[in-house]
Design a protein around this ligand. Structure first.
Ligand SMILES: *Cc1c(COP(=O)(O)O)cnc(C)c1O
Length: 432
């Protein structure tokens, strides 16, 4: 088996200097020594630059704001991460009551919160209405009625958008495609007008917007433009019927480079969408963008130590102390992440499958990688800032790793490593 020569993604805050990898101004090996492995390390600089690129494109040449970024916090919901975005001026896209609680915990303005998700419970809807969120994105007719009931009980109004399923192929992995008619998400395109008419008649519902989100890790602008055109067609129809839409939420989903992916650049992508909105005569609408991955994906790495090298007849295994429990994307989507030794060594390299200690053959982090490594060496698994820690589990009774945020020469523990006793401290055995 030969390993594929896949280029490293553009990492900005993570750089190699004279054979040593740094997070901003700190050698990754110092962080591993001080905080142990496996360890998530984020760069404040990278997430700040990604946010600024979006935000810059949201303001037109005359200085008029034409869109607002609502970071989709499910990509990485650590309080320090979302607090950085809040301070940069971001709103948030939420998909659970838990995420709403996180947003409120950092003092986010409720009017900067949009609440999405295909199965919001009555309790979560009540939480959102009591908090006074900007908008609830509705994904079914049944949910619309549930929101109206909850709002009636609370004696309040419920601002809503309908999430349109535009039936476009985002050309991404089937598990992260959400805008096809066979997906569970959104309201079927041909039912949207009817549902808006129904919404307009409900006593506690205020129709404020329209929404769509077609998938994730999308590397092509064309499906976005197709979805946008279809949504704008609906806005035109609604206006004819006297239903006014104030904001248009275009979702998130812009891909990042994990290696040889080639997504459009953030500024170019955002400009393309916003220019199309203006060209079609909808420049008066407030536009909401909900990027997740493209704000944080390449702002994080997962550090791990090589435990054992295990040569085999068919495969050589490089067994490390991180696993699918820390980074699930390879096991879940066969996703590719770059893997580099953080200290270059003049030794012969071999081809390895990089695997974790968890008792599953699906527990792998990289396949057929050419690595010059020895036992005890440290590896960085790249592009781990999005859908990394947030998908971590305690399977095999493994404590979740610590998370560190680097800002220049400073490193902050933004989540302490879990300890094993905590993992079963809320469990009890039966009485004798
Ligand atoms: C997941 C999600 C996003 C963000 O997707 P990314 O691919 O991380 O940009 C935005 N909006 C909604 C509704 C989502 O579910």
């Amino acid at each position: 088996m030969t390993s594929k020569a896949i280029p490293l993604p553009d990492l900005a805050g993570f750089t190699e200097r004279n054979g040593t990898w740094y997070a901003e101004e700190i050698p990754l090996s110092d962080l591993a020594k001080e905080f142990g492995t496996p360890l998530y390390v984020y760069s404040k600089k990278v997430l700040t630059e990604a946010y600024r690129a979006y935000d810059k494109a949201c303001v037109d040449s005359s200085g008029k704001r034409r869109a607002r970024v609502h970071y989709a916090m499910k990509a990485n919901s650590n309080l320090a991460v979302i607090d950085c975005f809040k301070k940069l001026g971001s709103g948030f896209d939420l998909v659970s009551g838990g995420e709403l609680a996180r947003a409120l915990a950092i003092g986010a303005d409720p009017k900067s919160l949009v609440f999405a998700g295909v199965g919001k419970s009555a309790h979560e809807i009540a939480q959102a209405l009591k908090a006074g969120v900007k908008c609830i994105n509705v994904e079914s007719i049944a949910e619309l009625h549930q929101i109206n009931r909850v709002a009636t009980n609370l004696n309040c109004r419920a601002p809503i958008s309908l999430r349109v399923n535009p039936d476009v192929d985002a050309q991404t992995h089937p598990y992260i495609s959400t805008g096809l008619k066979g997906n569970k998400f959104g309201i079927a395109y041909h039912e949207v007008l009817k549902t808006y008419r129904e919404a307009a008649l409900l006593s506690q519902i205020d129709v404020v917007g329209i929404d769509c989100h077609i998938g994730s890790q999308i590397t092509n602008t064309a499906p976005y433009l197709d979805a946008l055109d279809k949504v704008l067609e609906l806005v035109t129809q609604l206006k004819k019927e006297g239903i006014e839409i104030h904001h248009l939420d275009l979702g998130g989903g812009l891909g990042i480079s994990y290696g040889d992916d080639n997504p459009p650049d953030i500024t170019e992508f955002t400009n393309t969408l916003l220019n199309r909105v203006a060209e079609r005569g909808f420049g008066h609408l407030d536009i909401v963008l909900e990027p997740g991955r493209s704000l944080v994906g390449n702002a994080g790495v997962l550090l791990t130590q090589v435990e054992y090298l295990k040569p085999g007849a068919e495969k050589n295994f490089c067994i490390v102390d991180a696993a699918m429990t820390e980074l699930m994307r390879p096991a879940l989507y066969e996703a590719y992440h770059g893997i580099v030794p953080i200290q270059t060594k003049q030794i012969t390299s071999s081809t390895y499958d990089v695997v974790g200690p968890v008792c599953e053959s699906g527990d792998w982090l990289g396949r057929d990688r050419q690595l010059a490594v020895e036992e005890g060496d440290l590896l960085a698994i790249l592009s781990a800032g999005a859908y990394g820690f947030v998908m971590a589990s305690n399977y095999n009774t493994r404590p979740k790793p610590a998370e560190i945020m680097v800002d220049g020469k400073n490193a902050y523990v933004i989540r302490a490593r879990e300890n094993i006793a905590d993992l079963f401290s809320s469990e009890t055995t039966l009485p004798d």
